[in-house]
Design a protein around this ligand. Sequence first.
Ligand code: PEP
Ligand code: CO
Length: 442
Amino acid sequence: MWTPESWKRKAIKQLPNYDTKKLSDVEQRILNYPSLVALKEVEELKQELKRVAIGKAFILQGGDCAETFREFNESSIIDTFNVLIKMAMVLTFVGDKDIVRIGRFAGQFAKPRSSDFEVQGDVKLPSYRGDMINDIEFEPGKREPQPKRILQAYFQSAATLNLLRANNIIPSYFLTEILQSIHDYALTVEDKNVRDELINKSLKGRNIVSNDETNSDGIRMKGRGVPFYTSHEALNLYYEQSLLRADQKERSIYCSSAHYLWVGDRTRFTESAHIEFVSGIANPIGIKCGPSAYVDEIISLIKKVNPDNEVGKMSLIIRMGKDMIREKLPELIKRIVNSNLNVIWICDPMHGNTKTHDNGLKTRYLDDIKGEIQAFFEICKQQNCYPGGIHLEMTGKHVTECIGGSDTYDLSEKYETSCDPRLNGKQSSELAFFVCQLLKQA
Ligand code: PEP
Ligand code: CO
């Protein structure tokens, strides 16, 4: 039977060994802290995901690979959020789809690692596991897991959410800029009807923005601003467990750390503690599927996490790499569809396409990323299922971590990530226009 602690009796991977007394102090404090997200918002997201499941909307999920304490400031949060909004608007205007915006932020502080230790010269220290767990600096002591970092992650998540809730009006100048980029794109479209329609739409949009005197600050959508949701990998289960909250009628338990949680590729297996934990909560859940995913195992995980086969509850986030996806995904879709399991298919074109550059830095090529998304759309079409969304690692800052797009640079110019390479704002926006073409054909 599931209980908030039943995961502790399962196979635990990727969690640190904490000092139990210090950990328990932190857990007790967070248990009494406010929820980070409102349970009714989680329900709202579930309604939106039902629309995705039937092909009426598309998920745009994106943000940092890892949030950090070091880079916690207003502009980096707002810049990333604005790029997400821009992409969503492009996908709505050009791709003709309603977009469900889900950030990888306000909780994305713990990282799974392929190796428990890092060796530099003759020094061997525990691997960095995200700012919620230990310090990235390669110094003895700094890599020890410290429970008090969990508190800092909680407060940083709360402040991030506060900022986004307060600033979720799209400013007029920014709207105009987005509409201009849609207009510029329209001019490159060959089909005259499509081109004219897009130009009209962007001009109409610009008129609304410039004539709307009652709303000179910008556009506030649907009463509470631009709806957005938060998500992260449910990795540090001590943190996640402390944020479990029952709804008023005590009929369901939610994890109030984020609206949407996913289980990573390294922690999703039969008997895994992470799968056990998410199987008891009412939030929508994603499971990452890399090239090593066994179809039978994935099917049994889906049945465990979504026993009632609720529409929109379960998504599979495919991250196989641009070549492996063609080999592995068709069979996975076929078997899951034949088993009548309700699943939203999401493409993460980042994690299967990481390469090491000649200079030793980890990078990703925009062309590989596009290649995997294109393969994903093609396979979904062949298998007659709906491509429900994309999952990206991106930032609003002008970093030089991925290669490709209109700018050329040296990776080392502004390589700032604490973990995986992210698309910068320009690359993200280029990718949005690319995805529009695929959405139109889907
Ligand atoms: C991630 O999303 O940052 C991640 C670690 O992904 P995966 O579990 O797919 O490797
Ligand atoms: Co990553």
